[in-house]
Design a protein around this ligand. Structure first.
Ligand SMILES: *Cc1c(COP(=O)(O)O)cnc(C)c1O
Length: 342
């Protein structure tokens, strides 16, 4: 793979904005270079545009080099940036599994880039050959998501590997739910596959959805293009400091995951005893995809009881499906109690 053939020519040629913090990086005692107000330290100062202190900590936890990390405003930012870096509007295209996370298609639409959906098998497994058959010479990016949203299952690793090795472009592997999964992360093999970009997030297992901090991991070369294109100060100092603090709480995160996996099992068992539940799909995430005869009716009944699940009835291959996030023991019991009375 030759990366420069994949990058949009205008991005390849881009001279990025050079901010005051790019032009002087050392330690000094008097900073008069950025038109900042000298009062109200430390928030008067522009933050580190490349968030090195936070990346050093993430690198230790994830066992990658800090230069292999890009941090964004949630995963939404790297999703958008991948498209803007690699896909020429009205010319290039993206291939993705269907159903999957809705943001990929929205980001493609915003950028006026064709988005080709390839249906998963009826059991939601991945058919690599079918996916690769949708690729043509203008396909720059393939989006995979594993465990997948909303189907909750892992994609088969051998099939994913076929996609990664059989495609000459970029393969994004979205691992938002990796902490809940029984399979190892693709981060472990990142150095072997220079065309892979792995997405993870602080929004799920780490309990930080409101903070908006997502991670992209890739080769240093790919990350250098993310750094060229992103807003210079895309992660503010409050977020950098706060996420850094939260990373010290990895044991608490692991305990939450353990509790949620226990609850996932309990919720699966309780739901499977309900007469109208036809199927609960195998899950490697913190949610269940549940098939019922009339998803709209169950959804509306629950809304009336003040319980909100996600109605996926109109999504490809998901007719009759509700997506239910695993909550606390108490929340799950309220849900089950109301469903029993239905
Ligand atoms: C929830 C989710 C994310 C996380 O998005 P953020 O913008 O990081 O909050 C990413 N990918 C998938 C598939 C998700 O379901």
């Amino acid at each position: 793979m030759n990366l420069s053939n994949l990058i949009r020519p205008n991005i390849l040629a881009l001279k990025p904005y050079s901010c005051a913090r790019d032009e002087f990086k050392g330690e000094a005692s008097v900073y008069l270079d950025a038109n900042e107000n000298p009062m109200n330290e430390p928030y008067n100062r522009y933050p580190d545009p490349l968030q090195w202190a936070l990346k050093e900590k993430i690198a230790k936890v994830k066992k990658v080099r800090p230069e292999q990390i890009m941090l964004g405003n949630g995963s939404d930012e790297p999703i958008d940036l991948v498209i803007r870096i690699f896909c020429e509007p009205k010319q290039d295209n993206i291939v993705a599994i269907d159903p999957t996370y809705g943001m990929y298609a929205v980001a493609a639409d915003i950028n006026n880039v064709e988005y080709r959906k390839v249906l998963l098998n009826p059991d939601y497994s991945l058919d690599a050959d079918k996916l690769l058959a949708a690729v043509d010479s203008n396909t720059k990016v393939i989006f995979l998501c594993s465990p997948n949203n909303p189907t909750s299952n892992l994609m088969n690793r051998t099939e994913m590997l076929k996609v990664v090795t059989g495609f000459q472009g970029i393969v994004v592997i979205d691992e938002a739910y990796v902490d809940f999964s029984s399979e190892k992360s693709w981060l472990e093999d990142l150095n072997q596959y220079p065309n892979v970009i792995v997405f993870q997030t602080f929004s799920k297992a780490w309990g930080l959805a409101s903070v908006r901090c997502g991670m992209a991991f890739a080769s240093e070369e790919i990350i250098s293009y993310f750094n060229k294109v992103k807003y210079p100060y895309n992660i503010n100092k409050l977020t950098q400091d706060f996420v850094s603090e939260q990373l010290d709480q990895e044991a608490r995160k692991n305990e939450w995951v353990r509790m949620l996996l226990e609850q996932r099992t309990a919720l699966t068992e309780a739901l499977s005893e309900l007469p109208f539940v036809e199927k609960i799909y195998p899950t490697d995430a913190n949610f269940l995809l549940v098939n019922v005869p009339d998803a709209n009716a169950v959804y509306q009944y629950l809304v009336n009881k003040g319980i909100i699940v996600r109605n996926r009835n109109t999504v490809s291959l998901c007719l009759g499906c509700l997506r239910i996030t695993v909550g606390t023991k108490e929340e799950n019991e309220v849900l089950i109690g109301e469903l029993k009375r239905m």
